[in-house]
Design a binder for this molecule. Structure first.
Ligand code: PBG
Length: 327
């Protein structure tokens, strides 16, 4: 390869030649829309920490999801905002068959049978301390937490959820949930494991959105979420999750961890999803609001970056905006 025989600019010259040689493409098949649900009727509350993102009551969510589906979005991820009065130390509300998330799933399934519904498995929306698991003797008790998460997952699946997504980072939870699903007669439920979930500052806006930040205060999740200093460890997590019965692996946050997506995909050739988390969304949204960059273009570029790294699909709060753009 030598200049001038090789001029890499030749294929870049025209839109048509750029299109023909493009290695990666973002389509609506790649987009999963994470949504926040609240109790009440006819509510659409703006989330201050996430410009352009809202908390919807179930009835309003129906309208939003109809639009999303029409735009080509095939799956959504649900996050409930749980009333303070329902939060307890042990997060019991997570096991209530009539809780907000279960009612949302049932309403969505009745109206949109073809929609993929993904639910987080973790206790943080439900606990007074804001942790994803049970706190016993000042520790997030792994095994006791896993037992509760199994019930939480089954509760969601019985309501009609298609994909359970454990985001709690306890050891052994994938195997326990897979075993419970098989035993309870749900062999087709997907497990999307938050395999490499890092203890990240980029979750800040999300924690404000679901109200777990006030609960968590100055505490952190470093005793169970992964250390941003590590990458080999993610591959060990992946190996365990695959063996325990995960169908899809997830890396989270996204942009600071593209190396993890790439390595996981390359090593295991299993579906890998990326979560462009709240902080990543808000960086672009607030910067664009201030007039410093173009939201649509920078978002498209960020999402394409996930595809290039090897992600099969991306959870992004901008799913609808982007779907509209690429439709
Ligand atoms: C809770 C959970 C978190 C996110 C998804 N599920 C936050 C956390 O672990 O504290 C973050 C999502 C985002 O920032 O967009 N288990």
């Amino acid at each position: 390869m030598q200049f001038p025989a090789t001029r890499l600019r030749r294929t870049r010259m025209q839109p048509w030649s750029r299109a023909l040689v493009a290695e990666h493409q973002l389509t609506t098949n790649d987009l999963i829309w994470p949504v926040f649900v609240i109790e009440g009727e006819n509510l659409q509350e703006p989330i201050i920490s996430m410009p352009g993102v809202y908390r919807y009551s179930i009835d309003r969510l129906m309208t939003e999801v109809r639009e999303a589906q029409a735009l080509g979005i095939q799956a959504i991820a649900l996050f409930p905002v749980i009333a303070h009065a329902l939060k307890t130390d042990d997060g019991q509300e997570a096991l209530n068959p009539d809780n907000l998330i279960c009612r949302t799933i049932r309403a969505l399934k009745a109206e949109f049978p073809m929609l993929g519904i993904i639910c987080d498995v973790a206790l943080d929306p439900y606990t007074t301390h804001g942790h994803d698991g049970l706190v016993i003797d000042n520790e997030i008790a792994n095994d006791a937490t896993v037992a509760v998460l199994v019930h939480q997952a089954l509760n969601q699946v019985k309501a009609g959820c298609d994909v359970v997504a454990p985001s709690d980072m306890q050891d052994g939870r994938i195997g326990a949930i897979r075993h419970a699903l098989e035993s309870a007669g749900y062999p087709n439920t997907l497990i999307l494991s938050y395999t490499a979930k890092y203890a990240s500052a980029f979750y800040g806006p999300f924690r404000t959105a679901i109200g777990s930040q006030a609960q968590l205060g100055q505490k952190d999740k470093k005793s169970y979420q992964q250390d941003p200093a590590n990458s080999h460890e993610s591959l060990r997590e992946a190996l365990l999750d695959i063996k325990e019965g995960a169908d899809i692996l997830m890396v989270k946050p996204g942009m600071p961890y593209l190396d993890i997506i790439y390595r996981m995909k390359t090593k295991f050739q299993i579906p890998v999803f990326a979560y462009q988390v709240s902080g990543e969304y808000s960086m672009l949204a607030t910067c664009a609001e201030a007039g410093h960059l173009d939201f649509n273009q920078s978002m498209l570029e960020a999402l394409l970056g996930f595809k290039r790294a090897g992600a099969d699909a991306i959870l992004t709060y901008a799913a609808k905006t982007i779907a509209r753009l690429i439709a």
